[in-house]
Design a protein around this ligand. Structure first.
Ligand code: PMP
Length: 380
């Protein structure tokens, strides 16, 4: 029976390496610094709006296009509601972008097979830097598209345009290019100039994934409104403490947004999520105060870990990437977990020597530093 069941599943899906989300532990009392969630709850106004939305209306479908939210966001970003699409988290929109702009290649599991004629059809190509968001290759593979992962420099900066041209792996015609900016998991920001240069030279669609941009000094929203082939992805998950509600959005040319809109599920954004996001936009100063606290905590934690012998990369996000002393990063992951502190470690070669730590409250990051000190003391 086992064999029969697997024969019912497309080979592409059978062989797929799925995305691995960070652990959501059931154990109480763990300090959770592993999934880049905001340590502060949504504002009281947002919580009240959600509570007030829980009534007999739950039997009705929500607004199919999240119209009110799109109009409010259009005002915020000085564009029109036709320039905005809302998703069930920005993850949904990243997946829609692959389905909308990239042709599947013609074989079962094309993305991992060598190309038969040695030439890559750029229309089947999903391109991204490594390391960056580990969901992109999964989305490409799920669609039967080809992946083009191109390494960042050793300090996680962009290669320059001439380096990209020289290296030849980069494809300026790729159907879809994802750029995580500021980058995850490095935390590094890129300048508007670098992003603009790259966008100007790409012939396919470019998605600038700004999931963490509220913790950065600069953003690239203007590129989505200046270049017809550029989309900016934002989310309410991280900076606006709404992971649970799953609301994200793209901003870009009405032609691209309209195409994405054609293939989205009719009611892709749940009603309470729409209510929560709208209420959030009415209470932005509350969130701006949180950003300041998180940025201050980030700088303090970076400093404290440097004193403890960690090499901490500069971050423009709500997490840091740090190379630990004494033990391997994987060992640190386990040692910290034994002391009830959860952080993230990725196996990928470019970052396997690092730990990614989400910025928590000062009490949480203080507990992390205490655990680090204990581990180092014990090893003396
Ligand atoms: N982009 C990046 C770079 C992320 O790290 C995440 C969160 N894992 C997302 C997008 C998706 O966020 P959401 O679906 O919660 O909006």
């Amino acid at each position: 029976m086992k064999a029969k069941i697997s024969s019912l599943i497309r080979p592409l899906v059978r062989d797929l390496n799925p995305y691995v989300p960070g652990e959501q532990p059931k154990i109480k009392g763990l300090i959770k610094l592993n999934t880049n969630e905001n340590p502060y709850p949504p504002s009281p106004r947002v919580l009240n709006a959600i509570k007030a939305g829980v009534d007999a209306r739950l039997r009705l479908y929500p607004n199919p296009t999240a119209q009110a939210l799109r109009e409010r966001l259009a005002k915020l970003h000085r564009c029109k509601s036709e320039n905005i699409i809302i998703g069930n988290g920005s993850d949904e929109l990243l997946a829609l972008a692959v389905r909308c702009f990239v042709e599947p290649a013609n074989q079962g599991n094309a993305s991992r097979m060598p190309n038969p004629n040695g030439k890559t059809d750029a229309r089947t190509l999903v391109q991204y830097f490594t390391p960056s968001y580990s969901l992109y290759p999964v989305l490409a593979e799920t669609h039967g598209a080809r992946c083009n992962p191109v390494p960042l420099k050793s300090d996680f900066d962009f290669p320059s345009l001439s380096e990209l041209r020289r290296n030849r792996k980069w494809n300026f015609s790729a159907a879809l290019t994802f750029v995580t900016t500021p980058n995850a998991p490095s935390g590094r920001a890129y300048s508007l100039r670098q992003l603009d240069d790259l966008c100007r030279n790409q012939r396919g669609v470019v998605v600038l994934d700004e999931a963490y941009v509220d913790f950065a000094e600069k953003n690239a929203m203007r590129l989505a409104l200046a270049h017809p082939h550029v989309l900016v992805a934002r989310t309410f998950s991280k900076a606006y403490s709404l992971c649970f509600q799953r609301v994200g959005y793209f901003v870009g040319h009405a032609g691209l947004i309209g195409a994405l809109d054609k293939i989205r599920d009719s009611y892709n954004v749940n009603g309470l999520g729409q209510i929560a996001a709208l209420a959030t936009l009415e209470d932005l100063p509350f969130y701006h105060a949180n950003f300041k606290k998180i940025i201050a905590a980030r700088e303090k934690l970076s400093e404290d870990l440097r004193h403890l012998g960690f090499q901490v990369l500069p971050s423009q996000t709500n997490f840091i990437l740090a190379r630990p002393p004494k033990f391997s990063a994987e060992e640190w992951l386990h040692k910290l977990r034994e002391r009830k502190v959860l952080i993230r470690w990725f196996k990928y070669p470019e970052v396997r020597d690092y730990l990614r730590v989400t910025i928590g409250t000062p009490a949480e990051t203080g507990a992390l530093c205490k655990a680090v000190r204990q581990i180092l003391d014990k090893s003396r």
